[in-house]
Design a binder for this molecule. Structure first.
Ligand SMILES: NC(=O)CC[C@H](N)C(=O)O
Length: 728
């Protein structure tokens, strides 16, 4: 009998639920472990407090002496909450968060010790973080990289460690993390948006990008997960026959949350509350054992930090419940994968959502300005946006099961399409007073009503307008949101800068009124961006053909999709906006290509191992049982055995056929892997892994899955889909 699988299954029956008691209201504990404004007031001098707030709001620098005061206050607060250590908390390009703890404890001679945390330690650190991906920016012999405090994201305590959100940069100043380019892109979209807002409201001083992510995930019993080497090492199942029942009945979606999952969620949400992550919704997703959680949206940098922190916390809390969280975009073939839809908008310091229609024609024109500029930005940069969501995992998800395809398009719904149709027909040049009145009353003025009725949804759309924000649905569940958010905010920033220039030129040169100029530029944008608008079924072959005609990219694999990241256009975009210099841009491209090759390499190795060392020996064992049976029948029945043993003999042959296919395909895959490993050029290597190695995965899987159906269940070593997906 296959011990690990059955042992794991048996353990589940003996599980005791983890008791979750929520004694106080969530609003009371919200942010209790965060060095938030009210806490700062308590622990900081007025000067120190003002300085953090000013850094937060206006991006001003914090004086070194003031930093000393801040660190002292922060330390006192942290120690009062039981903290013994502090760490700079950052997001290197591995995709995971990084931390290196230091004790507050310090000796001062004479056998004495104190707790110490100086301003220097708060502001900057030099961790020996030489092993993180850097795309050749740093050589290990001069491995110095440093972390620098990001005062726009508050410090927090996890367990007994004070965590200080930081950026991670090389000694020469190049970004080595996700946060640095994000902060720069947010800065770019802020100043570009403020400049455009001035057409409508002179009081706007700041525009924040906001982000509300929706985290999908699978929750699997940890014993069962551990019994599968593929889940342990790659985060997904590389083989496994589909169960008789999957998601056909749609009975999991929005169903009653299973008790064990609910206990986990409540435990997790409590921790989120303490950490100031404003989680709000939870539900069963479409696939069995698939769930989703989403917070109230927040300023984008903070929301990105919260998501990274959440993923870490989710893993930790899951251990307590003997569960394993699968963040992979497609952990199970044949059922829905997981996304992390990024809901994005822009909000002014005066409290106006720039992607929400307003109450007056003028505020609606402002809405349309940002709405159409965003569409134009996506149109001009669709390939880069596709690259922003590219990963080995997401390749499996895109194009099916309510995930968008690899072709980027924008969905705006029927009503707004009509509005754009009307705007496309405005007069070229100055508008007559009648036309303007008509536009204001009947087109721009009608928008709020239009949107109230706009309940359209399109689950196959990668980038959909949903009433007061855009939902970037293509983002994968494992992704760090900083990547797509950097791209989106950067391209919109660039677009708004161009828009401002064009409008100003019309006002100046053609002596147009401001709103005439805006209408004129928007009209041209609508004409130019038509190709990106798509309302239909994103899965159909027709759309692929149509998209090709429209000149839209359809980069189905990660290596194809990533190539645009090193194009001159991308390099220039980032350089112009000061989001990344050429070195940083190219380094990232190489890191992602390399990561892709490594992930496929690992999957290939694991699959080869499972197929040869788990599946084939089990099949042989079962075949031997059959052979014994046939021999026995022959002993008893003599020549008549053939009739009685015909099924067994067929099975024996069938098993041999599958074993033969598996062995020959594993051998071929291993040879291709060896060839790929010798390739120096990272682009060629990734291509080789994608087109030469990966195609064997399906072939090997096919025969293994067939064997799963033939071999005695008692012998099968790998926990089956029905057990992984339906056991709680
Ligand atoms: N109901 C949904 O929105 C499903 C989304 C889907 N799981 C995805 O991959 O994006």
């Amino acid at each position: 009998m296959s011990t690990l699988r059955f042992h794991a299954l048996k353990q589940i029956y003996n599980l005791k639920p983890v008791l979750i008691e929520e004694k106080v209201r969530r609003s009371e504990i919200f942010g209790a472990n965060v060095f938030k404004e009210s806490t700062m007031r308590q622990y900081l001098t007025k000067e120190a407090y003002d300085s953090v707030i000013d850094a937060n709001v206006n991006g001003s620098k914090i004086d070194r002496v003031v930093a000393d005061h801040i660190s002292t206050g922060m330390k006192e607060w942290a120690i009062s909450k039981g903290a013994t250590h502090y760490t700079h908390w950052f997001q290197p390009l591995t995709g995971a968060t990084a931390e290196k703890h230091d004790a507050f404890f310090e000796t001062i001679g004479g056998g004495l010790a104190i707790e110490k945390f100086g301003g220097g330690q708060l502001v900057q650190q030099e961790p020996d973080a030489s092993s993180f991906p850097n795309g050749g920016i740093r050589n290990t012999f001069e491995a110095r990289g440093y972390t620098a405090w990001d005062p726009t994201s508050p410090a927090f305590i996890v367990g007994t460690t004070l965590c200080i959100p930081t950026v991670f940069v090389s000694y020469t100043g190049e970004a080595l993390d996700f946060k640095t380019p994000l902060l720069r892109a947010l800065q770019a979209v802020d100043s570009a948006s403020v400049a455009v807002c001035k057409y409508f409201d002179k009081n706007v001083k700041r525009v924040n990008a906001s982000l509300g992510w929706e985290q999908e995930y699978f929750l699997i019993d940890s014993g069962l997960a551990m019994s599968r080497p593929d889940i342990v090492l790659t985060g997904r199942t590389l083989l496994g026959h589909s169960p008789a029942k999957g998601q056909q009945l749609d009975d999991h979606y929005f169903g009653t949350i299973p008790n064990r999952a609910l206990d986990y969620m409540r435990d997790l949400e409590t921790e989120c509350m303490l950490l100031g992550i404003p989680v709000k919704t939870r539900h069963n997703e479409v696939a069995p054992n698939q769930f989703e959680l989403a917070p109230i949206y927040d300023e984008a940098n903070l929301a990105v930090d919260h998501n990274s922190l959440l993923m870490d916390i989710m893993d930790r809390i899951a251990e307590r419940h003997k569960l394993k969280v699968l963040f992979h975009e497609k952990p199970f073939a044949g059922v829905n994968g997981s996304g992390k839809h990024n809901n994005w908008s822009l909000t002014t310091n005066t409290g106006v959502n720039l992607l929400g229609p307003g109450k007056t024609p003028m505020s609606n024109l402002q809405f349309l300005t940002f709405f159409i500029n965003t569409i134009k930005a996506v149109h001009d940069n669709e390939e880069l946006l596709r690259a922003a969501i590219a990963s080995a995992g997401n390749d499996h998800r895109l194009g099916a099961n309510e995930a968008p395809p690899a072709i980027i398009s924008v969905f705006i719904g029927e009503q707004l399409t009509k509005v754009l149709d009307e705007l496309e027909n405005v007069t070229d040049g100055k508008l007559s007073p009648e036309e303007k009145t008509d536009l204001k009353l009947n087109v721009v003025g009608k928008i709020p009503d239009v949107l109230l009725d706009n309940t359209d949804r399109n689950r196959t759309s990668p980038f959909a307008f949903t009433g007061n924000k855009f939902e970037f649905r293509a983002v994968g569940s494992q992704a760090n949101c900083a990547n797509p958010m950097t791209v989106l905010n950067a391209i919109v920033a660039k677009q708004l800068i161009d828009f401002k220039k064009q409008v100003d030129a019309l006002i100046k040169k053609d002596d147009m009124k401001k709103d005439d100029a805006i209408f004129n530029v928007l009209r041209e944008y609508i004409k130019k961006s038509r190709n990106i608008l798509f309302e239909g079924n994103g899965y159909g072959e027709e759309w692929e053909k149509e998209a090709k005609k429209r000149g839209l990219s359809n980069n189905k694999t990660t290596p194809e999709a990533l190539k645009v990241k090193k194009s001159d256009k991308t390099v220039k975009l980032y350089e112009d906006l000061k989001v990344m210099n050429r070195i940083e841009t190219i380094a990232r491209y190489e890191i992602e290509m390399d990561e892709y090759a490594l992930r496929i390499q690992i999957e290939g190795r694991v699959l080869g191992d499972i197929a040869r060392n788990h599946v084939v020996p089990t099949a042989v064992r079962y075949q031997n049982i059959l052979i014994e049976n046939v021999k026995g029948l022959k002993d008893i029945y003599g020549d008549d055995f053939k009739n009685l043993a015909s099924e067994q003999m067929n099975l024996i042959e069938e098993i041999s056929g599958h074993i033969e296919s598996i062995n020959s395909n594993v051998t071929k895959m291993t040879d291709e892997r060896r060839t790929a490993n010798k390739i120096e050029d990272i682009e060629e290597k990734a291509d080789s892994y994608c087109h030469k190695v990966k195609p064997y995965f399906e072939k090997i899987r096919y025969n293994c899955d067939k064997l799963e159906l033939l071999v005695d269940d008692e012998l099968w070593p790998l926990t089956k889909y029905r057990e992984l997906l339906f056991t709680y």
